[in-house]
Design a protein around this ligand. Sequence first.
Ligand SMILES: Nc1nc2c(ncn2[C@@H]2O[C@H](COP(=O)(O)OP(=O)(O)OP(=O)(O)O)[C@@H](O)[C@H]2O)c(=O)[nH]1
Ligand SMILES: [Mg+2]
Length: 205
Amino acid sequence: MTRCDWTLLSYWPPASVKLKAAEFQSDTHRRQMGHAQSSTSPQVILMGLDSAGKTTLLARLLTGQVMETSPTIGFNVGTLNLDKKTSLTVWDVGGQKSMRDNWRYYLDDCQALVFVVDSSDPARLPEAQKVLKKVLSEKKLDGVPLMVLANKKDLPNAMTIRQISTQLDLVRYVGRFWEIQACSALSGLGLQQAFTSVNKLIRRR
Ligand SMILES: Nc1nc2c(ncn2[C@@H]2O[C@H](COP(=O)(O)OP(=O)(O)OP(=O)(O)O)[C@@H](O)[C@H]2O)c(=O)[nH]1
Ligand SMILES: [Mg+2]
């Protein structure tokens, strides 16, 4: 299991603040927290539809434990130490529809996008495909490498990597380093390899 610091933090924008202010505050807070987390480690953003398993995955990476989650309002962030010299600051952003307009505020300094998919839920892949296409059209993500994680591989009806790549139309992303890997946040399968690969994608850029 990956060595880790237990530094999973959360931020919930106050409900009373109007959306614009909340977005601004969220972004400012994000920068401050990122700086506090690490001034040198690359910033990696986890995105994907609600319930894809992002928070479970981050908690599993950072603690080695499976944690009970509830839908993320705002974000969680933690420092993942891959080895003595290498760490990544990993941001887990809430994936509910109402939160996706705020995703662009998390993209400053993003050095890799990790897009998490529930591989046991084929009905939501068209939605995932659209959401991925939209976020990758953001200027701030030009040339930023993409790792797609086909999560929930432990479930018997999980789709194959090939099926998911086709549904997400990954071949369209020419001119960008991308990879897809299967994993299970529940069992831990594939998580360490995935983030080692993310680190390699960042260094290759
Ligand atoms: N079987 C299985 N269930 C998983 C796995 N990863 C997450 N889950 C379950 O999927 C549900 C949603 O997980 P979350 O981690 O909260 O999903 P999320 O992507 O953070 O969702 P939002 O915060 O709403 O964006 C929970 O019931 C998890 O226990 C996995 O690898 N296998
Ligand atoms: Mg979450």
